[in-house]
Design a binder for this molecule. Sequence first.
Ligand code: G3I
Length: 332
Amino acid sequence: PTVYSLSAFAEGFPIGVAVSEWNIRNESISNIVIQHFTQVTAENIMKPEVLQPSEDSFDFEKSNELVNFAQTNGISIHGHTLVWHNQSPAWMQGCNDVLDCTNTMNNHITKVVQHFAGEVDSWDVVNEAFLQDGSYRGSADTNDGIAWVEKIGKDYISKAFITARAADTSAELYYNDYNLAFNDAKIDAVITLVEDMKAAETPIDGIAFQMHVTDTYPTIENISAAFQKAVDTGLKVKLSELDVRMNLSGEATALTEVIATAQKNRYAEIIEAYLAVVPKKQRGGISVWGVSDQDSWLSTNENNHPDWPLMFDGDLNQKPAILGFADAMLNE
Ligand code: G3I
């Protein structure tokens, strides 16, 4: 069986995919994007190191290409990401004091969000601010990136959202992080942040769960419970970077039918949990982190053994996973 258009099954929320500049220049891959998805996220080319390689000098060339591709094909854009410790240019590290660093951060947000105003529909404003124990990520855990909390203070997050809203009043603003679906300390830290922001009338529209998961972990009960906590804030809930690792141990050497079927069921149960827990008006959408297994960050960066986390194989054939995704939406 073939899925003709994954997004055709989604009622009222975007189904997205992360893409590189090479993906949209490749006809076979871009055709898959157009056929199945209604939203794209830039996998790397809207990150600070790409957009502002040196101070106050912005490079929008690749991202403008993505915007053109999206607009030509009626696809919306989720912007990723304005403030992050990783993939930020080294010069940003050099900001001096709270005022200088705040200006550096705000200037980046303002110029980028204004540039894409009316083109980017939603932003990951702040990415990965918390550690597993719910504390703020400091310089010990930034891998030579920028520990914004040490540069500016805990209110850097609120400042970033306020600045983003001022730069484009209609883009939706998300806080984005990983491991939110199994780690109570981490999801609770995010919920506390969001409640504090709401109390202070700081703009924020949604919580984005990256959802880099494995075949068995976290349990579906944990995932549903974490979605529920986010739903209870009243904000939108987005799955922003979904992929399902099937070979964490590295024991498998090939994608067998057994693995592919297990993955199909895993995609299905995650989408089902999202649809069951998140009310229609709070659905920010679901995006997968790449088109094909061959392009996945898990094949290129993370692993020294094969894995098959996405819905298309290395030859761009559909895998059972896409059926699991579609079935879950069809059965709602
Ligand atoms: O473009 C450079 C190239 O110039 C250089 O010569 C080469 C050598 O290292 O690296 C290329 O950059 C790589 C870049 O991807 C573009 O391909 C980086 O090394 C590599 O580290 C980078 O990885 C990205 C990773 O974020 C960085 O943290 C992945 O593609 C991207 O999928 C991944 O995405 C993150 C999200 O932004 C946040 N959530 C987690 C997710 C997965 O890690």
